[in-house]
Write a protein that binds this ligand. Structure first.
Ligand code: ADP
Length: 329
Protein backbone atom coordinates (compact mmCIF):
# COMPACT_ATOMS: atom_id res chain seq x y z
CA UNK A 1 0.00 0.00 0.00
CA UNK A 2 2.88 2.32 0.81
CA UNK A 3 4.15 1.91 -2.77
CA UNK A 4 0.70 2.61 -4.22
CA UNK A 5 0.28 5.81 -2.22
CA UNK A 6 3.74 6.98 -3.20
CA UNK A 7 3.03 6.24 -6.87
CA UNK A 8 -0.19 8.26 -6.70
CA UNK A 9 1.65 11.22 -5.17
CA UNK A 10 4.59 11.06 -7.56
CA UNK A 11 2.38 10.67 -10.62
CA UNK A 12 0.61 13.90 -9.62
CA UNK A 13 3.86 15.86 -9.74
CA UNK A 14 3.36 19.36 -8.32
CA UNK A 15 -0.35 18.89 -7.61
CA UNK A 16 -1.60 18.06 -4.14
CA UNK A 17 -3.51 14.78 -3.85
CA UNK A 18 -6.35 14.90 -1.37
CA UNK A 19 -6.76 12.31 1.35
CA UNK A 20 -10.25 11.70 -0.06
CA UNK A 21 -8.85 10.84 -3.48
CA UNK A 22 -6.27 8.44 -2.03
CA UNK A 23 -8.94 6.88 0.11
CA UNK A 24 -11.36 6.46 -2.85
CA UNK A 25 -8.78 5.16 -5.29
CA UNK A 26 -6.98 2.77 -2.99
CA UNK A 27 -9.76 1.87 -0.56
CA UNK A 28 -7.89 2.82 2.63
CA UNK A 29 -9.04 4.87 5.61
CA UNK A 30 -7.74 8.39 6.18
CA UNK A 31 -6.03 7.21 9.38
CA UNK A 32 -4.25 4.44 7.49
CA UNK A 33 -3.08 6.93 4.86
CA UNK A 34 -1.53 9.07 7.58
CA UNK A 35 0.37 6.06 8.93
CA UNK A 36 1.65 5.12 5.47
CA UNK A 37 2.72 8.72 4.79
CA UNK A 38 4.83 8.62 7.95
CA UNK A 39 6.54 5.43 6.78
CA UNK A 40 7.18 7.06 3.38
CA UNK A 41 8.78 10.00 5.21
CA UNK A 42 10.96 7.58 7.16
CA UNK A 43 12.19 6.25 3.79
CA UNK A 44 13.58 9.73 3.13
CA UNK A 45 10.79 11.41 1.16
CA UNK A 46 9.90 14.97 2.04
CA UNK A 47 6.10 15.22 1.98
CA UNK A 48 4.11 18.41 2.36
CA UNK A 49 0.74 17.89 4.04
CA UNK A 50 -1.85 20.69 4.08
CA UNK A 51 -5.30 20.23 5.53
CA UNK A 52 -8.10 20.34 2.94
CA UNK A 53 -5.51 20.19 0.12
CA UNK A 54 -3.80 16.89 0.77
CA UNK A 55 -0.29 15.62 0.17
CA UNK A 56 2.53 16.40 -2.21
CA UNK A 57 6.08 15.03 -2.65
CA UNK A 58 8.66 17.82 -2.23
CA UNK A 59 11.81 15.76 -2.64
CA UNK A 60 12.84 12.15 -3.10
CA UNK A 61 15.72 10.30 -1.48
CA UNK A 62 18.71 8.83 -3.34
CA UNK A 63 17.43 5.25 -3.35
CA UNK A 64 17.19 2.69 -6.16
CA UNK A 65 13.55 1.58 -5.97
CA UNK A 66 11.47 0.99 -9.11
CA UNK A 67 9.53 4.18 -8.32
CA UNK A 68 12.77 6.19 -8.44
CA UNK A 69 14.34 4.49 -11.46
CA UNK A 70 11.30 4.04 -13.70
CA UNK A 71 11.41 7.47 -15.35
CA UNK A 72 14.84 6.65 -16.80
CA UNK A 73 13.96 3.08 -17.72
CA UNK A 74 12.92 2.18 -21.29
CA UNK A 75 13.12 -1.60 -21.08
CA UNK A 76 10.36 -4.10 -21.87
CA UNK A 77 11.18 -6.71 -19.24
CA UNK A 78 14.58 -6.10 -17.58
CA UNK A 79 13.94 -4.25 -14.32
CA UNK A 80 10.17 -4.01 -14.81
CA UNK A 81 10.01 -5.87 -11.50
CA UNK A 82 12.56 -4.45 -9.05
CA UNK A 83 12.84 -5.97 -5.59
CA UNK A 84 14.52 -3.36 -3.43
CA UNK A 85 16.20 -3.81 -0.05
CA UNK A 86 17.69 -1.32 2.34
CA UNK A 87 20.19 -3.94 3.41
CA UNK A 88 20.76 -7.56 2.44
CA UNK A 89 23.53 -10.18 2.66
CA UNK A 90 24.05 -10.63 -1.07
CA UNK A 91 21.81 -9.62 -4.00
CA UNK A 92 23.04 -12.66 -5.97
CA UNK A 93 22.08 -15.03 -3.17
CA UNK A 94 18.64 -13.42 -2.89
CA UNK A 95 18.18 -13.49 -6.67
CA UNK A 96 19.05 -17.20 -6.76
CA UNK A 97 16.51 -17.87 -4.01
CA UNK A 98 13.84 -15.95 -5.96
CA UNK A 99 14.78 -17.68 -9.22
CA UNK A 100 14.37 -21.07 -7.52
CA UNK A 101 10.92 -19.87 -6.48
CA UNK A 102 10.01 -19.16 -10.15
CA UNK A 103 10.51 -15.41 -10.10
CA UNK A 104 10.03 -13.83 -13.55
CA UNK A 105 12.74 -13.44 -16.19
CA UNK A 106 14.16 -9.92 -16.00
CA UNK A 107 13.47 -9.40 -12.29
CA UNK A 108 16.15 -7.25 -10.65
CA UNK A 109 17.19 -7.40 -6.99
CA UNK A 110 18.79 -4.17 -5.76
CA UNK A 111 20.05 -3.38 -2.29
CA UNK A 112 21.36 -0.13 -0.83
CA UNK A 113 24.05 -2.18 0.92
CA UNK A 114 25.30 -5.76 0.99
CA UNK A 115 26.59 -7.10 4.28
CA UNK A 116 28.20 -10.15 2.66
CA UNK A 117 28.56 -9.20 -1.00
CA UNK A 118 30.31 -11.85 -3.07
CA UNK A 119 32.93 -11.96 -5.84
CA UNK A 120 34.09 -15.01 -7.74
CA UNK A 121 35.48 -18.09 -5.97
CA UNK A 122 34.03 -17.09 -2.62
CA UNK A 123 35.80 -13.72 -2.50
CA UNK A 124 34.04 -10.83 -0.83
CA UNK A 125 32.67 -7.64 -2.39
CA UNK A 126 32.65 -4.45 -0.33
CA UNK A 127 29.24 -2.74 -0.74
CA UNK A 128 28.69 0.30 1.53
CA UNK A 129 25.24 1.83 1.97
CA UNK A 130 23.89 4.25 -0.68
CA UNK A 131 27.34 4.52 -2.27
CA UNK A 132 27.14 2.04 -5.11
CA UNK A 133 24.83 0.04 -7.32
CA UNK A 134 24.58 -3.50 -5.99
CA UNK A 135 22.13 -5.38 -8.16
CA UNK A 136 21.41 -8.82 -9.65
CA UNK A 137 19.37 -9.65 -12.73
CA UNK A 138 17.45 -12.93 -12.98
CA UNK A 139 17.57 -14.36 -16.52
CA UNK A 140 16.10 -17.45 -18.11
CA UNK A 141 17.82 -17.53 -21.48
CA UNK A 142 17.00 -20.15 -24.06
CA UNK A 143 20.62 -20.74 -25.07
CA UNK A 144 23.03 -23.62 -24.74
CA UNK A 145 24.95 -23.85 -21.47
CA UNK A 146 28.31 -23.28 -23.21
CA UNK A 147 27.17 -19.81 -24.26
CA UNK A 148 26.29 -18.67 -20.74
CA UNK A 149 29.68 -17.05 -20.24
CA UNK A 150 28.86 -14.58 -23.02
CA UNK A 151 26.15 -13.10 -20.81
CA UNK A 152 28.93 -11.83 -18.51
CA UNK A 153 30.45 -9.98 -21.46
CA UNK A 154 27.06 -8.47 -22.28
CA UNK A 155 26.91 -7.21 -18.67
CA UNK A 156 30.41 -5.77 -18.90
CA UNK A 157 29.67 -4.05 -22.22
CA UNK A 158 26.41 -2.61 -20.84
CA UNK A 159 28.09 -1.29 -17.69
CA UNK A 160 31.04 0.19 -19.62
CA UNK A 161 28.74 1.92 -22.11
CA UNK A 162 26.42 3.26 -19.40
CA UNK A 163 29.37 4.63 -17.40
CA UNK A 164 30.71 6.27 -20.57
CA UNK A 165 27.33 8.01 -20.98
CA UNK A 166 28.07 9.62 -17.60
CA UNK A 167 31.28 10.97 -19.20
CA UNK A 168 33.71 8.63 -17.42
CA UNK A 169 36.16 6.62 -19.52
CA UNK A 170 36.80 3.07 -18.31
CA UNK A 171 38.38 -0.11 -19.67
CA UNK A 172 37.10 -3.65 -19.53
CA UNK A 173 39.34 -6.21 -17.90
CA UNK A 174 38.06 -9.30 -19.65
CA UNK A 175 35.77 -10.91 -18.73
CA UNK A 176 34.10 -9.45 -15.67
CA UNK A 177 35.70 -6.26 -14.34
CA UNK A 178 35.66 -2.61 -15.32
CA UNK A 179 38.66 -0.54 -14.35
CA UNK A 180 39.96 3.01 -14.28
CA UNK A 181 43.71 3.60 -14.02
CA UNK A 182 44.20 -0.09 -13.30
CA UNK A 183 41.74 -0.14 -10.38
CA UNK A 184 38.37 -1.86 -10.29
CA UNK A 185 35.17 0.24 -10.31
CA UNK A 186 32.82 -2.55 -11.30
CA UNK A 187 32.72 -6.31 -10.97
CA UNK A 188 30.30 -8.80 -12.49
CA UNK A 189 29.47 -12.19 -11.01
CA UNK A 190 27.38 -14.55 -13.13
CA UNK A 191 26.02 -17.67 -11.48
CA UNK A 192 24.09 -20.41 -13.21
CA UNK A 193 21.75 -23.24 -12.42
CA UNK A 194 21.40 -25.77 -15.19
CA UNK A 195 22.19 -29.09 -16.73
CA UNK A 196 24.62 -29.96 -19.52
CA UNK A 197 22.32 -28.83 -22.30
CA UNK A 198 19.81 -26.62 -20.51
CA UNK A 199 19.95 -23.45 -18.39
CA UNK A 200 17.35 -23.22 -15.63
CA UNK A 201 18.32 -19.67 -14.78
CA UNK A 202 21.23 -17.29 -14.64
CA UNK A 203 21.83 -14.63 -12.04
CA UNK A 204 24.05 -11.77 -13.10
CA UNK A 205 25.29 -9.59 -10.27
CA UNK A 206 26.70 -6.18 -11.08
CA UNK A 207 28.49 -4.18 -8.40
CA UNK A 208 29.51 -0.62 -9.23
CA UNK A 209 31.51 1.62 -6.95
CA UNK A 210 29.69 4.87 -7.73
CA UNK A 211 29.98 7.46 -4.96
CA UNK A 212 32.40 5.75 -2.57
CA UNK A 213 34.92 8.09 -0.95
CA UNK A 214 38.53 7.13 -0.24
CA UNK A 215 37.57 6.24 3.34
CA UNK A 216 34.91 3.78 2.11
CA UNK A 217 37.60 1.62 0.52
CA UNK A 218 39.28 -0.73 3.02
CA UNK A 219 43.06 -0.41 3.37
CA UNK A 220 43.77 -3.81 1.81
CA UNK A 221 41.84 -2.85 -1.34
CA UNK A 222 43.38 0.59 -1.93
CA UNK A 223 45.59 -0.76 -4.71
CA UNK A 224 42.84 -2.62 -6.54
CA UNK A 225 39.62 -0.66 -5.98
CA UNK A 226 38.39 2.83 -6.78
CA UNK A 227 35.07 4.58 -7.48
CA UNK A 228 33.59 6.74 -10.21
CA UNK A 229 33.48 9.64 -7.75
CA UNK A 230 37.10 9.28 -6.66
CA UNK A 231 38.26 9.16 -10.28
CA UNK A 232 36.03 11.86 -11.74
CA UNK A 233 35.68 14.13 -8.71
CA UNK A 234 31.91 14.18 -9.29
CA UNK A 235 28.98 12.69 -7.45
CA UNK A 236 27.01 10.54 -9.94
CA UNK A 237 23.28 9.98 -10.28
CA UNK A 238 22.90 6.35 -9.24
CA UNK A 239 19.31 6.19 -10.51
CA UNK A 240 20.21 7.26 -14.02
CA UNK A 241 23.27 5.01 -14.15
CA UNK A 242 21.37 1.95 -12.88
CA UNK A 243 18.57 2.52 -15.41
CA UNK A 244 21.01 3.02 -18.28
CA UNK A 245 22.82 -0.22 -17.49
CA UNK A 246 19.50 -2.07 -17.59
CA UNK A 247 18.45 -0.29 -20.82
CA UNK A 248 21.67 -1.12 -22.64
CA UNK A 249 21.81 -4.62 -21.18
CA UNK A 250 18.34 -5.44 -22.54
CA UNK A 251 19.27 -4.27 -26.05
CA UNK A 252 22.49 -6.30 -26.18
CA UNK A 253 20.85 -9.29 -24.53
CA UNK A 254 17.96 -9.32 -27.05
CA UNK A 255 20.41 -9.22 -29.94
CA UNK A 256 22.18 -12.23 -28.49
CA UNK A 257 19.33 -14.50 -27.46
CA UNK A 258 16.90 -13.59 -30.25
CA UNK A 259 19.27 -13.12 -33.19
CA UNK A 260 22.38 -14.97 -32.02
CA UNK A 261 24.30 -11.74 -32.57
CA UNK A 262 26.96 -10.74 -30.05
CA UNK A 263 28.96 -8.48 -32.36
CA UNK A 264 28.18 -5.17 -30.66
CA UNK A 265 29.08 -6.59 -27.24
CA UNK A 266 32.39 -7.97 -28.52
CA UNK A 267 33.16 -4.67 -30.28
CA UNK A 268 32.73 -2.80 -26.97
CA UNK A 269 34.84 -5.36 -25.06
CA UNK A 270 37.58 -5.29 -27.71
CA UNK A 271 37.68 -1.54 -28.24
CA UNK A 272 37.89 -0.87 -24.51
CA UNK A 273 39.97 -3.87 -23.50
CA UNK A 274 42.73 -3.20 -21.00
CA UNK A 275 44.39 -6.57 -21.63
CA UNK A 276 44.99 -6.69 -25.39
CA UNK A 277 48.68 -6.27 -26.16
CA UNK A 278 49.76 -6.91 -22.55
CA UNK A 279 51.72 -9.65 -20.81
CA UNK A 280 49.38 -11.25 -18.30
CA UNK A 281 49.22 -14.02 -15.73
CA UNK A 282 46.57 -16.69 -16.13
CA UNK A 283 45.65 -18.13 -12.75
CA UNK A 284 43.76 -21.39 -12.70
CA UNK A 285 43.39 -23.76 -9.74
CA UNK A 286 46.47 -22.36 -8.02
CA UNK A 287 48.64 -22.61 -11.16
CA UNK A 288 50.05 -19.47 -12.78
CA UNK A 289 51.00 -19.23 -16.45
CA UNK A 290 52.34 -16.25 -18.33
CA UNK A 291 50.95 -15.30 -21.73
CA UNK A 292 50.40 -12.34 -23.99
CA UNK A 293 46.82 -11.20 -24.60
CA UNK A 294 46.37 -10.84 -28.36
CA UNK A 295 42.67 -10.23 -28.98
CA UNK A 296 39.11 -11.14 -28.05
CA UNK A 297 37.51 -13.62 -30.45
CA UNK A 298 34.19 -12.99 -32.21
CA UNK A 299 32.53 -15.29 -29.69
CA UNK A 300 34.14 -13.71 -26.65
CA UNK A 301 37.14 -15.88 -25.78
CA UNK A 302 40.39 -14.20 -24.78
CA UNK A 303 43.01 -15.05 -27.40
CA UNK A 304 46.48 -15.39 -25.88
CA UNK A 305 49.91 -16.47 -27.06
CA UNK A 306 51.48 -18.74 -24.46
CA UNK A 307 55.17 -18.99 -23.56
CA UNK A 308 55.68 -21.67 -26.20
CA UNK A 309 54.35 -19.29 -28.84
CA UNK A 310 51.13 -21.29 -29.20
CA UNK A 311 47.82 -19.43 -29.60
CA UNK A 312 45.15 -20.39 -27.05
CA UNK A 313 41.48 -19.45 -26.71
CA UNK A 314 40.55 -18.86 -23.08
CA UNK A 315 36.89 -19.20 -22.06
CA UNK A 316 35.74 -16.88 -19.28
CA UNK A 317 35.14 -18.64 -16.00
CA UNK A 318 38.15 -20.92 -16.43
CA UNK A 319 40.77 -18.49 -15.19
CA UNK A 320 41.48 -15.32 -13.27
CA UNK A 321 43.55 -12.82 -15.20
CA UNK A 322 46.19 -10.77 -13.40
CA UNK A 323 48.73 -8.21 -14.50
CA UNK A 324 52.39 -9.12 -14.22
CA UNK A 325 52.78 -7.03 -11.06
CA UNK A 326 49.44 -7.32 -9.29
CA UNK A 327 45.75 -7.01 -10.00
CA UNK A 328 46.18 -5.26 -13.33
CA UNK A 329 49.61 -3.70 -13.52
P1 ADP B 1 38.64 -11.15 -9.83
O1 ADP B 1 37.71 -11.19 -11.00
O2 ADP B 1 39.61 -10.02 -9.91
O3 ADP B 1 39.31 -12.44 -9.57
P2 ADP B 1 36.33 -11.03 -8.17
O4 ADP B 1 35.42 -10.74 -9.33
O5 ADP B 1 36.21 -12.35 -7.56
O6 ADP B 1 37.82 -10.76 -8.54
O7 ADP B 1 36.06 -9.89 -7.09
C1 ADP B 1 36.44 -10.04 -5.73
C2 ADP B 1 37.69 -9.26 -5.41
O8 ADP B 1 37.52 -7.88 -5.73
C3 ADP B 1 38.01 -9.26 -3.92
O9 ADP B 1 38.84 -10.32 -3.59
C4 ADP B 1 38.69 -7.92 -3.69
O10 ADP B 1 40.06 -7.99 -4.01
C5 ADP B 1 38.07 -7.03 -4.72
N1 ADP B 1 36.95 -6.18 -4.21
C6 ADP B 1 36.09 -6.40 -3.21
N2 ADP B 1 35.20 -5.41 -3.09
C7 ADP B 1 35.48 -4.54 -4.07
C8 ADP B 1 34.91 -3.33 -4.48
N3 ADP B 1 33.84 -2.78 -3.89
N4 ADP B 1 35.49 -2.72 -5.53
C9 ADP B 1 36.55 -3.23 -6.16
N5 ADP B 1 37.14 -4.36 -5.81
C10 ADP B 1 36.61 -5.04 -4.78
Amino acid sequence: MKEKILKLLKDSGDEFVSGQKISDELGVSRAAIWKHINVIKEDGYEIEAISRKGYKVISSPDILTFEEIKNFLNTKYIGRNIIHYDSIGSTNSKAKELAEASCAHGTVVISEEQTSGRGRLGRNWVSPKHKGIWMSIILRPNIITQNASQITLIGAAAAQTAIMKMCVETSIKWPNDIVINGKKVCGILTEMSGEIDHINYLVMGIGINVNLEEEDIPMDLKDVATSLKIESGKCMDRKLLAANILNIFEELYNEFVQNGNIKETIDVCRKNSMLIGKEIQLVSRGKVRIAKAIDISDSGELIVENEQGIIEYIVSGEVSVRGMYGYSK
